[in-house]
Design a protein around this ligand. Structure first.
Ligand SMILES: [Mg+2]
Length: 189
């Protein structure tokens, strides 16, 4: 029996899936500390590996800074395709691991660029595997390993070396590819 879109729940990560957090973050740290590091230099999830000369507080401070979040840009294709998925009738939830101190700032970012997503479609969760959903789109391998959902990895420099196929995880390089992959997953189920 074919499942209808309203029976299918899709979780979408926020940072580096619908925005350019890492790029903005590197630019911010470069401006402040002259690090010379570009986001394409990030090869590890843990930012402390990329910035060994900065303290953890110096590295993570921008994430709690409202001014910083005004330098983060949306992925323009995400604006279009997330809207399209909602129009298609799927249950769409943004799912973000966010410090509780930063929830308001993060939600304001979402509202600026994705005004069609209301607060009750935003889930803050540090262990996404506990959520009962059909598909998760994320750039962090640790959110995709395990979990009963189908998995789509959004390619980013930090996950380039991750062997997604070993874990049955689809890899996509763009939102257009992501949209097609969602449908190939649903129609092959
Ligand atoms: Mg992310």
């Amino acid at each position: 029996m074919t499942r209808e879109p309203q029976d299918i729940t899709i979780l979408i990560d926020v940072d580096d899936v619908i925005n350019n957090l890492c790029e903005a973050w590197c630019n911010w740290l470069d401006k402040k500390y002259k690090t010379g590091v570009k986001y394409t230099d990030i090869k590890e999830w843990d930012m402390r590996v990329t910035f060994p000369l900065l303290t953890a507080d110096e590295i993570y401070a921008p994430l709690l800074d409202e001014e910083f979040w005004h330098t983060v840009n949306p992925n323009v294709d995400a604006i279009k395709y997330v809207y399209q998925l909602m129009q298609d009738g799927y249950n769409i939830y943004l799912c973000t691991t966010t410090n509780y101190k930063n929830v308001k700032i993060k939600f304001e970012f979402i509202q600026r660029y994705f005004p069609y997503i209301t607060w009750n479609h935003v889930v803050v969760c540090s262990r996404k595997q506990i959520i009962n959903a059909d598909i998760l789109i994320d750039d962090a391998p640790h959110n995709l390993i395990g979990g009963k959902y189908q998995k789509i990895l959004m390619s980013q420099p930090h996950n380039e070396s991750f062997d997604n196929k070993a874990y049955g995880i689809h890899r996509v390089n763009s939102w257009e590819e992501c949209y097609d992959t969602i449908h190939s997953i649903i129609f092959s189920a």
